[in-house]
Design a protein. Structure first.
Length: 259
């Protein structure tokens, strides 16, 4: 199914449209998710993100709420009618997560975890495959083949930046991968400006660039109080900032349609 992703007969990613996925880096509590869910529903965002299994650099950092986090996401999904995307790190959790999530995210650190890719190929749910932080485009493409070879072609590629010598930004957002991966694969390509830059002031310019380059959407971290977030606060937008971003992007999209 080229460049389109359907969930329960609903097209959630389609060529010519720009899908905005938003939510916190991590599911932290029911209260936090209720606040974000109610806000994003008002903003007419259809897909919510939230990590329950968090791949953290330090084992001492918050690791996520695990299955309890997925249960919170599911409650929010059922109440507001969102589709849900969440990262799975361990092949053994894929089956357990089945009833709670709509899109299974494979994170940057796991792009070359071949057992996980194969297991993801068997679940019959769309897979959001992030680019490895040191992966070439060819390696990323081959990682997607592991999923496809198990029978799952519902793959969304996500550019999230790569490691370079530049350290002003958290990663270097390699936006040229958008037109390249769109021409070399049949999969939709989205951009993660949050992890791609690590700085909230760069989320809007990066999102504009992604739209103009033909990306199928973006995935953005949003938190009611970014300074109190248990992970990735510096790259999370608060509600006001996210609302401004939505307005700006919808305006730019409108201008692109007119010209
Ligand atoms: C995330 O989306 O929260 C995440 C950890 O992203 P990445 O795998 O791109 O670092
Ligand atoms: Mn994050």
């Amino acid at each position: 199914m080229a460049n389109k992703i359907k969930i329960d007969d609903e097209l959630v990613i389609n060529d010519g449209e720009f899908t905005i996925i938003a939510g916190p880096c991590a599911v932290e509590s029911e209260k936090q998710m209720e606040s974000i869910g109610s806000f994003l529903s008002k903003m007419e965002v259809k897909i919510i993100r939230g990590g329950a299994f968090k791949p953290r650099t330090s084992p001492k950092s918050f690791q996520g709420l695990g299955i309890d986090g997925l249960k919170i996401l599911k409650d929010i999904k059922d109440f507001y009618g969102f589709k849900v995307v969440s990262e799975i790190m361990d092949p053994r959790d894929i089956e357990k997560a089945y009833d709670y999530i709509d899109i299974c995210q494979i994170g940057s650190r796991n792009m070359q975890n071949y057992s996980l890719l194969k297991e993801a190929g068997r679940i019959g749910k769309p897979i959001l495959l992030k680019r490895g932080m040191s992966a070439t485009l060819d390696e990323w493409m081959k990682a997607s083949e592991y999923i496809k070879m198990e029978g799952n072609e519902n793959i969304i590629l996500c550019e999230r930046g790569i490691r370079t010598f530049e350290n002003y930004t958290r990663n270097t957002l390699d936006l040229m991968s958008v037109p390249i991966m769109k021409s070399k694969t049949n999969y939709p390509v989205i951009v993660d400006p949050s992890h791609g830059t690590g700085r909230r002031e760069l989320i809007l310019p990066a999102t504009r660039a992604a739209l103009v380059l033909g990306a199928n959407g973006v995935i953005i971290e949003v938190h009611p109080q970014p300074d109190k977030a248990l992970s990735d606060g510096a790259q999370s937008l608060n509600f006001e900032e996210f609302e401004v971003l939505l307005k700006e992007i919808r305006k730019l999209k409108g201008q692109m349609l007119i010209n």
